[in-house]
Design a binder for this molecule. Structure first.
Ligand SMILES: [Zn+2]
Length: 82
């Protein structure tokens, strides 16, 4: 059993939704204001397909703080485990 550790990393162009572990979460970072927000990986995987690269969603993300499409970085991190 691996030791629990907190990590976060940026999604690469090779990462698809299916590559995410069950405990991982996805978040988007706005490059304008620095706002980070968790995004719905399951909803997105359903919409775009589990084999789609995660980065396909990058141009579609919208920052509510800036009120425009400035979000361009997507990362993965480990979420809370049961
Ligand atoms: Zn913003």
């Amino acid at each position: 059993m691996a030791k629990l550790r907190v990590y976060m990393a940026f999604v690469t162009n090779l990462d698809a939704f299916i590559d995410l572990a069950s405990y991982e979460i996805l978040f988007a970072v706005c490059t304008e204001c620095g706002r980070a927000k968790q995004i719905d990986r399951y909803g997105l995987a359903k919409k775009y397909g589990v084999y789609s690269p995660i980065n396909v969603i990058r141009p579609k993300l919208f920052c509510k703080a800036c009120d425009r499409r400035t979000v361009s970085v997507v990362g993965r991190a480990n979420g809370p485990r049961d």
